[in-house]
Design a protein around this ligand. Structure first.
Ligand code: FAD
Length: 504
């Protein structure tokens, strides 16, 4: 069974492992020079940076791939659980370090924000309940197969939906359940974990903190790229053939059946094509003449980002691995994003992997990944915007981080510490990772029906064509991309019952 995977993003790599293990002969065609897609890495001088994802949850979905191949995950892929998840900073000087464990989080929130400890504990219990009732249904199965809907657990989950805040916004749920404005903002931020807007995304998504605080937040020992690299190596051990610098230009079909692909390096035959490329661009570029699922492809994009990668020639002990500097007006910030604009006052995320991976920066220095949520690219003047944004971000961070040493810290004081710099904008995200409009997570979840409106993991028109990754069901983010590979492998197994594989 010849199967071609288009793209070596995290979902493509996971699918390569699963399909090779199921007996397919797998070739991965990747336009870039190496694996990982958004989950890749690069260096600036002596500083190493993960290109995109920085928060790692649900490591069991990676471990599972090694176990499936009969290997011990701990021998090939090691990670640490974080005791504290995130350091939050507000402009009025309030600071809060969120412990990972749910009970500790409730106690710490009570102490900092003066709310009863039971309030956050009850909220987290509700998040757990939402996940338990719907997580497996919406995340681990295809929503586009009759068999899913004939499963009694799915029917039971659907019956409970009215009580799960599907038709109330996340923000409304947080306002109702948490009361304190800073706690509301803190939990509203979880909407950005899939590029959504807390004022529009359904309250059911208030389950997201459960992933971080119950299942835990982690960092691979060598940084996030370890995830891609270890799966790439596993796939190679299973006999998967990788063709890098090979762009697929067409998915070839005959009588509505896949027969192969055309690439920048020639044609390849295939019984199945598994597409890890952004689904919008796949229809636009690879499937000329194919019927497009218009409503699915019209869904609102997730947010994109402007990212500053800075090599900093100093250490900041008050910062942790994950740091958030909140804007004063979250509603205005998201209203601007909805309008395709950037607010004047923005929330700034700073990730510093060298806090744990010492080799990521020279001694006494830090590698800062500084990210600001931005609208998907629709032709804005990113050069102009980025210049102004850089100045505002430097000013904001200088005021919060350099104030003890200087009474009136300015952007230049922090700028003077930058020894290496790279800036990535939404159009560059599209060019580098093939993500339509630079969206970080495919389509947003700003609609209660978003889960049902994502593209299925298979083509309803072309036999042998499958889709996975952040732009299709169940959505963006590393854990969901890994699940999309699992669902797709299951669909392929149903079509071609697996032949047991002998590992040499
Ligand atoms: P992608 O990574 O999108 O890769 C697709 C691959 O296909 C690319 O390598 C591309 O070159 C290749 N390709 C495209 N077209 C072709 C073609 N025609 N021929 C051959 N190859 C092609 N998620 C988290 O879980 N935690 C985070 O903290 C987090 N933060 C993020 C921060 C940023 C800045 C970004 C960009 C994303 C972040 N995400 C995060 C989201 C996460 O990175 C993505 O959801 C996930 O990595 C997408 O994986 P994918 O399998 O869909 O493939």
């Amino acid at each position: 069974m010849q199967t071609i995977i288009i793209g070596a993003g995290i979902a493509g790599l996971a699918a390569a492992v699963r399909l090779a293990q199921a007996g397919h002969t797998v070739t991965v065609c990747e336009a870039n020079g190496g694996p990982g897609g958004k989950l890749s890495q690069f260096s600036l001088g002596e500083y190493r940076f993960d290109f995109g994802p920085s928060l790692f949850t649900m490591p069991q979905y990676v471990d599972e791939l090694f176990s499936l191949a009969g290997e011990d995950p701990a021998e090939h892929f090691r990670y640490v659980r974080l005791p504290d998840v995130c350091h939050y900073w507000w402009q009025d000087g309030t600071r809060f370090t969120a412990p990972a464990a749910t009970d500790d989080l409730a106690r710490a929130a009570a102490a900092t924000f003066g709310v009863p400890a039971g309030r956050v504990a009850d909220f987290m219990a509700d998040a757990a309940r939402k996940y338990e009732l719907t997580g497996r249904t919406f995340l681990e199965k295809s929503l586009h197969r009759a068999a899913t809907w004939l499963d009694w657990s799915v029917a039971a989950a659907l019956l409970r939906i009215p009580g799960l805040d599907l038709f109330r916004s996340m923000h409304a749920v947080h306002a109702r359940d948490l009361g304190h404005p800073k706690l509301i903002q803190l939990f509203d931020r979880f909407a950005t974990y899939n590029g959504s807007n807390p004022y529009k995304a359904p309250g059911l998504l208030s389950m997201i903190p459960h992933f971080e605080h119950h299942f835990g937040a982690y960092l691979p020992e060598g940084g996030m790229f370890d995830i891609s690299q270890s799966l790439f190596e596993l796939a190679q051990r299973l006999g998967v053939h990788f063709r890098f610098n090979t762009r697929v230009t067409e998915i070839r079909r005959e009588r509505r059946c896949v027969v192969g692909v055309t690439t920048s390096g020639g044609s390849l035959p295939a019984d199945n094509v598994v597409c890890n490329m952004d689904v919008w661009l796949a229809y636009d570029k690879l499937l000329p003449g194919a019927k497009k699922p218009a409503r699915t492809l019209r869904q609102q994009k997730s947010t994109s980002a402007v990212i500053f990668y800075w090599g900093i020639r100093r250490e900041f002990p008050e910062l942790g691995l994950h740091n958030i500097f909140f804007s004063d007006d979250y509603a205005r910030e998201f209203a601007a994003l909805e309008a395709g604009e950037l607010a004047e006052d923005v929330t700034v995320y700073v990730n510093i992997s060298s806090k744990l991976v010492k080799s990521d920066a020279p001694a006494g220095c830090e590698n800062w990944f500084v990210m600001v949520n931005a609208p998907a690219d629709t032709g804005q003047d990113w050069d102009e915007w980025t210049r102004g944004l850089r100045e505002r971000v430097l000013t904001r961070l200088a005021q919060q981080l350099l104030a003890p040493a200087s009474s009136a810290p300015a952007a230049q004081d922090l700028e003077a510490l930058i020894v290496e710099e790279r800036i990535v904008t939404p159009p560059q995200l599209e060019a580098l990772t093939g993500s339509h409009q630079g969206a970080l997570y495919g389509t947003s979840s700003n609609n209660p029906l978003a889960a049902f409106l994502r593209h299925p993991n298979f083509s309803q028109e072309i036999s042998g064509l499958y889709f996975l990754g952040g732009s299709v069901h169940p959505g963006g983010g590393v854990p969901l991309c890994l699940l999309s590979a699992k669902i797709t492998a299951g669909l392929l197994a149903a079509r071609h019952p697996p032949a047991p594989r002998s590992v040499a």
